[in-house]
Design a protein around this ligand. Structure first.
Ligand code: PHE
Length: 335
């Protein structure tokens, strides 16, 4: 039967073992289903009850001791393993550290911030409005007649007969005038959608819209603010041209061109005095109030500002293009 001898035999054998696989084999010899201890338990059935009890107590005691020996030896082997791995994995402290790459403000957002900075200083309030619109806000209330060509334009993304993706931020003019009485001085930025795609057009692009309604707002005020804006945005020396134009929602209307570095006139914004019909549509008395509105194409300005040749680089998310703007700080973001 069992004796203390068995423990010293196990201890002797176990000390020869160098890996977990061999350890398991040895463990099975003693503690496995058909191992030494199990066999001893089976033998008990030949004894009388008293003996059975006595011997099984002893057997349990041995089983416990042996189990402990194996657990401890397993820990020892695992520790050796970890230490070996650690000594193999030496750390080269001369390697340069990993650089934490920072994102940068997208050029479009940077231009938006720059524009915002100018107009907010002049008292314009920044508001946002929906991109999914209906006929009323995008066309009807803006004095765009039902037969007007831009309504049937294949350019518009229609959702159904009435609902569309807004084609211009001018929808915000109506939304704000329907909401609050004059004086109104707001500024909005946002995405607009037109079915168009080439190196100067994308189906989604950004516009900025300004609206000022008060007593005695006149055309000179409009020209003045636009001229100041363009000179702030580019520089004092830039050549600016005001050109008569037509928009159903402004009368008179104008467009502003600037001369680019190839001596070519480039249109950058549309503007005008708010049409009396538009004021009537939103129940503002055109005899008491007048106002001006202007709409700026953000991508156009961004391309001119950074001298980009293809509008699509702005939306392709090519990291090589975007990381060139890393140097730009949050200069205009405080407003
Ligand atoms: N909404 C016009 C456009 O998309 C621009 C504009 C805005 C013109 C406000 C006049 C006044 O071209």
């Amino acid at each position: 039967m069992l004796s203390n001898n068995i423990i010293s035999i196990i201890e002797k054998n176990i000390n020869l073992i160098t890996n977990l696989h061999d350890l398991n084999l040895l463990k099975n010899q003693y503690l496995g289903k058909n191992g030494y201890i199990s066999k001893q338990f089976k033998k008990l059935k030949n004894h009388n009850l008293e003996d059975k009890i006595k011997k099984s107590i002893i057997l349990h005691k041995y089983k416990k001791i042996i189990t402990k020996i194996f657990i401890e030896y397993k820990k020892k082997l695992e520790n050796i393993d970890i230490n070996q791995k650690l000594t193999k994995q030496s750390i080269d402290i001369t390697l340069p550290g990993r650089i934490n790459r920072l994102g940068s403000i997208h050029p479009i957002n940077n231009i938006i911030n720059k524009i915002k900075y100018f107009f907010i200083k002049l008292g314009f309030q920044h508001i946002c409005g929906p991109e999914i619109e209906n006929n009323y806000y995008n066309f009807d209330a803006l004095n765009i007649e039902s037969y007007h060509s831009i309504r049937t334009q294949k350019d518009t993304f229609w959702i159904n007969n009435d609902i569309l993706l807004r084609t211009q931020t001018s929808n915000i003019q109506i939304r704000i005038m329907n909401m609050i009485p004059p004086p109104i001085r707001i500024l909005t930025f946002g995405k607009v959608y037109r079915h168009d795609y080439d190196n100067t057009h994308t189906p989604m692009f950004h516009q900025m819209e300004g609206l000022y309604i008060n007593n005695n707002v006149n055309f000179t005020d409009l020209k003045n603010i636009l001229l100041n804006f363009v000179q702030y945005f580019f520089n004092k020396k830039i050549k600016v041209r005001f050109r008569p134009s037509y928009f159903p929602f402004t009368e008179p209307s104008l467009e502003v061109d600037i001369m680019n570095n190839k001596n070519k006139w480039i249109e950058i914004l549309g503007a005008g005095l708010v049409h009396p019909n538009v004021l009537k549509n939103v129940n503002i008395d055109a005899n008491t109030y007048t106002g001006y509105a202007f709409g700026i194409g953000i991508e156009r300005l961004t391309m001119l500002y950074y001298n980009l040749q293809d509008i699509r680089v702005l939306f392709e998310n090519d990291i090589r293009f975007l990381q060139q703007f890393n140097y730009i700080t949050y200069k205009y973001d405080k407003v």
